[in-house]
Ligand binder design. Structure first.
Ligand SMILES: [Zn+2]
Length: 395
């Protein structure tokens, strides 16, 4: 059966949703979460904070909230097996295809006794949780084709345990999970070395495609999700400086010796990326100094808007096209062919083989073939996406 699909959302709607992202509301969330003495996953503070976050989600009309239980296994920073919770909230769409955004609720103090030491975790990662809550508040004001999942993970600091539990569940339950946007440490624009960047957020991604392309698993991966986010945000978000806000792509799983909650999803075969500020202050992480006073609320709002415009696009996107091919003729033009999802409008993208980012696109409507005039197939990479969706590379 054919599900009714919305046309791509109007530019003016994207703008008004983006304008609705509220820096003051996110600040209030960060300050509330940082006021818990600790949100260490092994402490009662984690459960209390999870209940507080769940209550905030419950105030949003249409959002279904679950306190998901799982077992934190004995291991690094965990003396014995312990049942813990994390928050999973869902805004159902017209289809069961899902887009997930999240941050980790737990905090850590590595300077003193780990369970009871003061760990405000304002930037790492109350910032990501505040952003996630804000996405739910803004997105719930409209109806969407696809289903949004909002997660406040726990067990991150003990080894990505909460995200692993949810990624395993997503795989077991056969979720059609199109994208995972992990926001971890996204609220500060400068460090103690005097480095500052209020106009970009880093998006880490890896090239990883463990399953062969098929009808249900299009030929894209986390890297293509990242490239799509970078291209889609252009011209849509303003930095606190008044200049355009953009994405700095980093073609890596994560930073050296560090991890994030997108990775268990990527390992389970989903596309996931990590958002993080450009200039981290390492001495404040996992310390009592990770405080709200070091945050840049307008910067956090710009990162939130970058997530929002990505989710708005993905939220109304039809499934990706399949069988996307470059016709192997000897011509000065390039012909691309594909099988669109039923009723889907498509976009053709191109870039030079050495360019990390898409350099141009053509909206081609309900076509299943397009001739890119004057762009040589040998020197370029092409892809086709449904409008708002992650493009699939033409092979
Ligand atoms: Zn973190």
């Amino acid at each position: 059966m054919l599900l009714p699909l919305l046309m791509a959302i109007a530019e003016s709607d994207v703008q008004s949703l983006s304008d609705a992202v509220d820096a003051a509301r996110m600040r209030a969330t960060v300050e509330r979460l940082a006021a818990f003495p600790t949100r260490n996953t092994l402490s009662p503070g984690l459960t209390e904070a999870a209940e507080w976050v769940a209550a905030e989600f419950r105030r949003i009309p249409g959002v279904e909230v679950e306190l998901m239980k799982y077992t934190l296994p004995k291991g690094r920073r965990v003396p014995e097996d312990k049942e813990v919770v994390q928050v999973v909230a869902v805004l159902p769409g017209r289809t069961s295809r899902r887009i997930l955004v999240g941050g980790h609720l737990d905090s850590l103090n590595l300077e003193v006794e780990p369970v009871t030491g003061r760990a405000p975790g304002a930037n790492d990662d109350a910032s990501g949780v505040a952003l996630t809550l804000e996405m739910a508040r803004v997105l719930a004001t409209k109806k969407w084709d696809n289903t949004f999942v909002f997660v406040a993970f726990s067990g991150e600091e003990q080894g990505l345990n909460g995200s692993r539990a949810l990624a395993t569940r997503a795989k077991t339950e056969g979720w059609a999970l199109d994208a995972v946007l992990n926001n971890d440490t996204v609220g500060s624009s400068k460090n103690k070395a005097g480095q500052e960047d209020r106009e970009r957020v880093r998006v880490f991604s890896e090239e990883y495609d463990p399953t062969p392309p098929s009808e249900t698993r299009p030929a894209h991966n986390s890297r293509e999700l990242a490239r799509f986010i970078e291209f889609n945000v252009r011209g849509k978000v303003k930095a606190p400086t008044g200049k355009p806000f953009g994405v700095k792509l980093v073609f890596r799983r994560d930073r050296f010796g560090r991890g994030g909650d997108h990775t268990p999803f990527v390992e389970a075969g989903f596309d996931g990326v990590r958002f993080i500020e450009v200039h981290e202050e390492y001495t404040r992480q996992h310390s009592p100094d990770d405080l709200p006073e070091f945050m840049d609320w307008e910067y956090l709002a710009a990162v939130a808007r970058t997530n929002l415009v990505s989710m708005v696009a993905l939220g109304n996107a039809a499934p990706a096209p399949t069988d996307v091919t470059v016709v192997r003729d000897q011509s000065h033009h390039t012909t691309i062919r594909w099988k669109p999802a039923p009723g889907a409008q498509s976009v053709v993208y191109w870039r030079e083989t050495t360019s990390p980012v898409w350099q141009g696109s053509f909206s081609v409507g309900e076509a299943n073939e397009y001739v890119v005039k004057g762009i040589n197939k040998d020197d370029h990479v092409f892809a086709v996406g449904s409008v708002g969706g992650i493009p699939a590379i033409a092979r």
